[in-house]
Design a protein around this ligand. Sequence first.
Ligand SMILES: [Zn+2]
Length: 535
Amino acid sequence: MNNVSLETIVSLAKRRGFVFPGSDIYGGLAGTYDYGPHGVALRNNLKQIWWRRFVETRDDMYGVDAAILMNPKAWVASGHVGGFSDPQVECTNCNNRQRTDHLLENDRNYWLFLKAVGEAIDSALITERGTSSKLSEALTNLKSKESLSEKAIDDGLRKARELAGKLAGFDIMTQVATDEIVNATKYFGKYTQEYLNAFITCPSCEAKSKWGLPRQFNMMFKTSIGATEDESSITYLRPETAGGMFVNFKNIVDAYHPKLPFGMGQIGKAFRNEIAPREFVFRLRELEQMEVEYFVRPQEWEAAFDSWKEVMTAYANEIGLSMERFHPTEIQAEDLAHYSKRTIDFEYEYPFGRRELWGLAYRTDFDLKAHMEASGVSLEYLDEEVKKKLVPHVIEPSLGVDRTFLAVLAAAYDEDELGGEKRVVLRFNPKVAPVKAMVSPLLKNKPELVEKAREVRKALQKIHPAIAWDDNGNIGKRYRRQDEIGTPWCVTIDFDTLGETEELKDTVTVRNRDTGEQERMSLVEVEALLSEALV
Ligand SMILES: [Zn+2]
């Protein structure tokens, strides 16, 4: 296993046309990246394999491509208008917003501080229980100090007790989970603000400044439809592709009459106004998702969940992720979203640490019921087998194209020594490699070699179109260029191919990317080699 830095990946990606910064000549646009020719090819391969495995080759799956712009009522129903938010805090000096969880990530003292606050509130409650005057005194003190309403204090105390219990058992040295900070800043907003003021300088203006109250900010991109810009014209760029599938549930049922269980699959762009996009294409403002909504009878959810977990793991293997760095992680019951009964985060060890790659969630009937209520249209399914109507439950495998792309790129990256020379090589599985093979004539000033090489390239392109041509510089340099973009084979046409040595006629030299070894084989054998590796 290699240990490549993110900087190395970013620099190779730009140099070899995988990924460029968005709007580069204008100084970029944070949270956006543009994919170059090799990046597009790699992404297309990842998406194509996904589509084949998750949708096309299955009898129970239906592909859709829903509009990015949707009726805003759909986003109210799904909870995104009310709740799709990030914990943020504003610097009152430069007015820049920061992600609260990023400012406090891995801040051991913050957690010790919160733990102390939680325990203090908790013990005050327990020791004063029954002595109502002291309790109300404590509340009055808190109230004057916090200028909060009675209800807010009650709510705060209840949450504080829950959190104090959680924090007591929290291993302070393990990486802080984002959710923990989201909850903490929500319930301990005032205390968090005090802590920020005392210890955290603003990363934008570097002033040790006064911070505002940490708040949740909605992450959806607003836009308006039509000629007028008022409340009624507002809609959003979709923050996920799932909504486009739920609103088409009835259309698929009416058009295809599928038997349960069945599902829908979609690949498409989604937009999130991340306050702190970072780690290259890991956290983007414009991203692409590959999602499935799989509808089941309530009692069948476990089998479907396990089977999708297997499909996702097989996909990870097929696209060449390092299985030692691939960690399906069960989310503990108390951390699950309120509508979910089971969720797995597929985590991956990226160059910058172990983070979420994909997700698999059992979402019960939450989504269909919410859309049914908000739209007033029945999304019940008539189960012919038992002659009963039901709202199906849903299993949701959700994968990000960009995160997958980054993981595959990092997994493939390697440096070694070949023939006494250091080289960079991307060890892609041939199925995902942007270029499958490179064909070149030994010498570019010999027309008969060039003509034969063109013929060979044409023949190989019948097996796969992504066959490159390179006749620049010496053969060694051509090989190095292909190694850097992960081309599995280089095919060279020489005078023996033309028949200079009778028994070698129509044979070529095939050079293997991983070993650097060269082998003489017939054209028929090269074609077989490619077909077999690309199935
Ligand atoms: Zn500032």
